[in-house]
Design a binder for this molecule. Structure first.
Ligand SMILES: [Zn+2]
Length: 317
């Protein structure tokens, strides 16, 4: 995710200020806007997002995770060099720390980088790895996002190679299955290592608030469908875009809760709840989704959600 947009709450259910007094869809219009729960991120979630680059951690034979300094990175060591999933925040210090951590487990250089999507906290060092001789591969729409600079920063640089719907990469002894989904952005890739049953979700799933980011072509229904797709892999280790490794049951819960959330948003739109009152009218004390999270740092997210849901149920917004 980018700083421009945090959203759907997750496993960590924020204290719901509106618990027990959430207005029903049909009377939500009477609630003044100032009474809506104030969007915020929990201190624990902020800590994950601002985490400095962490020591490399082994998760399977020849496979490692490096958290912090942006999104999670996965390292696969092969006889042909290192394959890296996601290149973290784009700055020389992060790049040097990342390469430094990799060098504690192998002398091999990074020869192959895969982007889960083009946001700068995942693709930020594309250009540096390319300059160092690596091939960078991403979904073709991810290239559109990786040329947009983050606020006050440099554009990550597009991948040197792109794929469209699916791709199987063979690199050294590793086989990697890539699958395009439109979810957090329109250029997301699920990255699967079948021989280790390890799946990198990018920001399709994070343990901190994540969401369909409309400015990047994301889709809330696409996010729900992508979570369902994740459950079709025989993965036993799921590496989120941000936050610690999770098991399948966490993905199952997120899928179920997002499905419930979207049904409630649909009901609100059908009941002609004014857009401004829509999110605060959604019952959320029994799901791991924070509706107001949809607008955190980006109020225009509400427009995207309202439009998408209206189109889905065949109503004119
Ligand atoms: Zn992202």
């Amino acid at each position: 995710m980018t700083r421009a947009g945090f959203g759907l709450l997750t496993v960590i259910l924020l204290a719901n200020e509106a618990s027990g007094q959430v207005p029903r869809a049909n009377d939500a219009a009477d609630i003044p806007r100032s009474a809506a729960p104030r969007p915020r991120m929990s201190p624990a979630d902020m800590a994950v997002m601002r985490q400095p680059l962490q020591p490399i951690e082994k998760i399977a034979r020849d496979m490692y995770v490096i958290a912090g300094g942006g999104g999670n990175s996965i390292v696969r060591v092969t006889g042909k060099g290192v394959l890296l999933v996601d290149a973290k925040n784009g700055d020389k210090e992060t790049f040097d720390l990342l390469v430094g951590q990799i060098s504690t487990v192998t002398r091999q250089p990074v020869r192959f980088v895969i982007n889960t999507h083009g946001h700068p906290d995942h693709a930020g060092n594309n250009g540096r790895f390319e300059a160092a001789g690596a091939v960078v591969l991403g979904q073709d729409r991810s290239a559109a996002h990786s040329i947009e600079p983050p606020p006050g920063g440099q554009a990550p640089g597009p991948p040197s190679r792109v794929f469209h719907e699916q791709k199987i990469v063979r690199f050294g002894d590793a086989t990697i299955e890539l699958r395009h989904v439109v979810a957090h952005s329109d250029g997301d890739a699920l990255v699967y290592f079948p021989d280790r049953k390890i799946l990198a979700t990018g920001d399709v799933f994070t343990t901190v608030p994540s969401m369909a980011q409309y400015a990047s072509g994301g889709s809330a229904y696409g996010l729900r469908d992508a979570l369902e797709r994740i459950l079709r892999y025989d993965a036993t280790v799921i590496v989120p875009g941000h936050g610690p490794i999770v098991s399948r049951s966490v993905i199952e819960q997120r899928f179920r809760d997002l499905d419930i959330f979207l049904a409630r948003v649909e009901a609100g739109v059908r009941a002609a709840t004014p857009k401004e009152a829509l999110l605060s009218s959604i019952k959320a004390d029994d799901i791991s989704i924070e509706p107001m999270g949809f607008t955190w740092n980006s109020p225009s997210q509400l427009d995207g959600l309202y439009l998408e849901v209206s189109a889905k149920i065949g109503m004119k917004p």
